[in-house]
Design a protein around this ligand. Structure first.
Ligand SMILES: C[S@@+](CC[C@H](N)C(=O)[O-])C[C@H]1O[C@@H](n2cnc3c(N)ncnc32)[C@H](O)[C@@H]1O
Length: 585
């Protein structure tokens, strides 16, 4: 049958009908429930008792809510059981368990079934229907097996951000603790877009200000916040924290560990099949650590279903944060500071008007309008998906480059390029609708990611979004440099030879091994300006034998019919080492 729109088993329904239906005192009803299933204050008010009784008579309650807003991905029972089994194999045997956002309560049920020394369980959940569901699931468990160990269970219908965990911490001090759960899968910026208030009061908890907030670094994951909350409140308790969370959250936790120095160690992740378990398209894992120990700064990665030994270790090695510590140790000589500046491509946030394609000799915009523009400001435009090959000298798309540097006035377009101006001004509303605050107070039709470097004829580039670590050489088309979009990074060169040498060095297997050792492939942007700036080309150029570089440069030259003068290596190397900083860009 259904109670509060929740399916409950026949035996639970029978139990409630037999034992609760005719009870009118909340204390009497709560005593019966505590005796049967350990849940303390099963009914938090006489109204709740009344509601349940009415629901037993068939007047069920309904409720609706937005799954996204609450990061709602319930852990299925078989997975919760398997996670608890794994903990038992590891010798984890808690006396107290805390589930900070317990949902339907599958972790609580799994823990009660398997941890015989559990004395108390504390849980918090914001969604009333889940609180009922969890209560019925626990009740059903004890009805089915009365011999199970029965901890005292405190289930709070509250917002986790308001709940007083300090009180719990004080009460349970000497006992072995397990914090087990699956906090919401949602970020502060997703909540912002939903106009949600499901956020902690001090939501800028990483203290990002100004530009960082604008560029999105101020964005954080609610699960990360809850993990930190638990580590803060229970830092001097013996036990373990085990959370199902996104891999990106674990990466942030380990990254920030260098400054935060949480007293956690034996840090592990066990990756799960998120598509199968949660029907979600992110990478997630079971994150585990020991509490109240000396801080550790690395994380051992396992596969949840198969591995007994770690397949990788990531985290801090000396003062560097790396994705694969053993690979990094083999190539760490390449780590440094690039003298050439990696640049991000053009950002315009107006694809309907700014991204053009050629059809039968005419340019068409995203609104399928055929355009007549002067050629001067129209450039070939490459996106991440165009950087599949080693060399690119053609394009599918075009864009209008309205400025030569950020913030430049655009009024010149009206007099010099009247057709282009006519097109832009007719579509001004599309530009005015751009949401990002970077455009506020800037000249009309402004773009970002533009400078001298954009107009360099030769570019060595990589997509930030794709997982492919090989670099692409971008050549001019019809004598005009090709532009890249803001999902790509590049270094611009005036000299073809320097661009080819750079391409060869970056695609060399040693450089690739180094780049992969510092790259987290499961991040939204696998390659970032920060990671690329760590490729120290002068060290790389010294390490890779000249014959290898020349051989590969000649191969490229032959294969792609480039007119390459390979005698420029010495000058190139000299420039890499001794030129003023950021010589080519
Ligand atoms: C990813 S689900 C996991 C639920 C449960 N821990 C499990 O493993 O199945 C996250 C849960 O957090 C709850 N939640 C979201 N925001 C919350 C808040 N501010 N306070 C308490 N619970 C919240 C949701 O209702 C949902 O049940």
């Amino acid at each position: 049958m259904k109670l509060f729109e929740i399916a409950i088993s026949d035996r639970t329904s029978e139990f409630l009908n037999e034992n609760i239906k005719d009870i009118n005192s909340i204390d009497a009803a709560n005593a019966i429930m505590a005796e049967e299933c350990g849940i303390q204050a099963f009914f938090s008010s006489i109204n709740e008792l009344q509601e349940l009784k009415e629901s037993l008579n068939g007047n069920g309650l309904t409720s609706n809510r937005n799954q996204a807003e609450y990061g709602d991905y319930q852990t299925n029972s078989p997975l919760a059981d398997k996670i608890v089994d794994k903990l038992r194999i590891k010798g984890i045997d808690p006396e107290v368990m805390i589930e900070p956002t317990f949902g339907e309560g599958n972790f609580i049920v799994a823990a009660i079934k398997r941890f015989e020394n559990l004395r108390a369980v504390y849980g918090v959940e914001i969604y009333k229907s889940y609180v009922w569901q969890a209560k019925f699931n626990i009740l059903d468990l004890f009805i089915s097996d009365a011999s199970l160990n029965k901890p005292k269970i405190y289930l709070h219908h509250e917002n986790v951000f308001d709940f007083n965990f300090k009180n719990v911490a004080e009460k349970i001090k000497p006992e072995k603790l397990l914090i087990l759960g699956n906090p919401p899968w949602v970020t502060s910026s997703q909540l912002g877009a939903l106009d949600s208030v499901n956020l902690p009061a001090k939501s800028n908890f990483k203290n990002h200000k100004g530009l960082d907030a604008i560029t999105g670094k101020g964005n954080f994951d609610i699960a990360e916040y809850i993990t930190m909350m638990m580590m803060d409140n229970f830092k001097s308790h013996n036990g373990n924290l085990v959370f199902l969370i996104k891999n990106s959250v674990v990466k942030n936790i380990i990254h920030d560990q260098r400054n935060r120095n949480y007293t956690i160690s034996n840090i592990q992740t066990h990756s799960v099949d998120t598509k199968k378990e949660f029907n979600a398209s992110v990478e997630s894992c079971v994150f585990m650590c020991e509490l109240n120990t000396s801080p550790s700064y690395v994380c051992d990665e396992f596969n949840f279903y198969s591995d007994d030994t770690p397949k990788n270790i990531f985290g801090w090695h000396k003062d560097k944060f790396v994705a694969n510590i053993s690979k990094y140790i083999e190539t760490e000589d390449f780590d440094g500071m690039s003298r050439l500046v990696w640049r991000q491509g053009i950002k315009h946030d107006c694809s309907a008007i700014m991204e053009l394609e050629e059809s039968n000799g005419a340019l068409i915009n995203g609104n399928y309008e055929s355009l007549e523009l002067e050629e001067a400001l129209v450039y070939g435009f490459l996106k991440s998906s165009d950087l599949k090959n080693k060399i690119v000298n053609d394009c599918r798309k075009y864009t209008i480059v309205t400025q030569t540097k950020v913030g430049e006035q655009t009024s010149y377009i009206a007099s010099k390029y009247p057709k282009t101006y006519q097109y832009l001004s007719t579509n001004k509303t599309f530009f005015d609708k751009r949401k990002s605050s970077i455009y506020v107070g800037k000249p009309d039709y402004s773009i970002f990611g533009i400078g001298d470097y954009s107009f360099k004829p030769y570019k060595v580039s990589i997509s930030g979004l794709y997982k492919k670590s090989e670099f692409t050489l971008v050549l001019p088309k019809d004598g005009k440099p090709l532009m890249l979009d803001d999902t790509c990074y590049f270094i611009g060169f005036d000299t073809l030879e320097y661009a080819v040498y750079t391409l060869v060095l970056l695609n060399h297997k040693k450089t690739q091994a180094f780049l992969n050792s510092i790259t987290f492939l499961d991040a939204k942007r696998a390659f970032t300006k920060n990671s690329l700036m760590r490729l120290d080309l002068s060290k790389i150029a010294k390490n890779i034998p000249l014959e290898e570089v020349e051989r590969e440069a000649l191969n490229i030259s032959k294969e792609h019919k480039l007119e390459l003068n390979t005698g420029r290596w010495d000058n190139y190397q000299y420039t890499l080492q001794d030129s003023p900083l950021f010589a080519f860009s």
